[in-house]
Design a protein around this ligand. Sequence first.
Ligand SMILES: Nc1nc2c(ncn2[C@@H]2O[C@H](COP(=O)(O)OP(=O)(O)OP(=O)(O)O)[C@@H](O)[C@H]2O)c(=O)[nH]1
Ligand SMILES: [Mg+2]
Length: 422
Amino acid sequence: MIFRWFGRKKPEETAPKDEAAQDESARLESATTAPEPEVEPVPEVAPAPPRVEAPAPISDPAMPAAQPPDTPAAPTAVEPPADPALPATPPAPELPPAPAPAAIQAPATEEAPPSRKGWFAKLKEGLSKSSSKLTDGITSIFTKRKLDDEALEELEELLITADLGPATAAKVTAELARTRFGKEVSPEEVKSTLAAEVARIVGPVARPLVLDTALKPHVILVVGVNGTGKTTTIGKLARQFKAEGKSVMLAAGDTFRAAAVSQLKIWGERTGCPVVARDTGADAAGLAYDALERARAEKVDVLLIDTAGRLQNKTGLMEELRKIVRVIKKLDETAPHTTLLTLDATTGQNAHSQVEIFRDMVNVNGLILTKLDGSARGGVLVSLAEKFKIPVHAIGVGEGVYDLRPFDADAFAKSLMGLNAE
Ligand SMILES: Nc1nc2c(ncn2[C@@H]2O[C@H](COP(=O)(O)OP(=O)(O)OP(=O)(O)O)[C@@H](O)[C@H]2O)c(=O)[nH]1
Ligand SMILES: [Mg+2]
């Protein structure tokens, strides 16, 4: 069926892998039995999101501490984050720069589900920073001017600076030249031609997340750089699946930060989904194994596994994610059925290197672009589509529980060009 829309050690200690966890790793690697995980009780009706006091930041001398992990984020400001300044020593980990680390937070207040029209308006408004850059540029290039080589060159440059990437920019301008070269074109004509071309490029990747209902559970592993929206996206997806009548279980696989577990528990309470969790520093693969075992026993429809966005370094993260995959395959060799990578649209071209790293590491087969609201770099979705051809299942346009939408190529393309989608 298609998903459519429309603990044991003190958390304040940093050591993410204690001896017990390592022993357990060995146990899991040989796939024997696992202890009962801690499962949060499920309230019948999702309560109002509780306010949670942010626990003290976990200090780790090995990690660049550009910002404390638990600094509450301003709810709506999604300015392109400055690349966090990495300390001169020790050497920076190799992961691409990431936005500010996640804040533990009570998710945005419950709002009513938006109407279809409201959704298009929100998308257009969300993309307004991206689109105004493009449309202002198009207007200044094409007002009372013929489509000549110079105009095409200026347009190509504009598209590159709007994050569409050189290859996509060249393709789009070539298409415009093919049909209109030498003619006087209005900015409106250029925008609609570009919107059509963008829709053509992103169309093939605009694919809904398909849940295999025969699977009990369909396992969704959510990966991504810290702060890109993994935990929030899990909460939003959980709400959607529940609304479709599915039974959903969440696994707090980010055992690196205490706040990460609390954040997922809030989403669990809010969406009425049980959360399998352990204390900070527990073995993430062991937790994932326990969660899958439990989800199978309970014949749950969907298991969403949260993961850490950063560990001591890139190698540590890669190893942990690979181990999660290896260990859950001992229970179901086809799992994870979906490996979703969340990408923060405000990071622009950085998203490309994140896709490359995570794709090679854990075989990513679905993308979710988050923070398209307020990003001036929404065009990156076009270059990602063209380059990687990995399905974009949904886009995040806010922090609210309803702010995740299936990716609609046409609506996105029109909104990116400042045109009305409907
Ligand atoms: N505006 C906006 N904010 C978002 C969106 N998705 C997530 N956020 C916010 O981005 C911040 C980080 O989100 P998280 O879900 O905690 O990110 P994460 O990937 O789990 O981060 P780590 O656990 O540190 O790896 C939070 O403040 C979210 O509310 C979105 O689509 N739009
Ligand atoms: Mg998280």
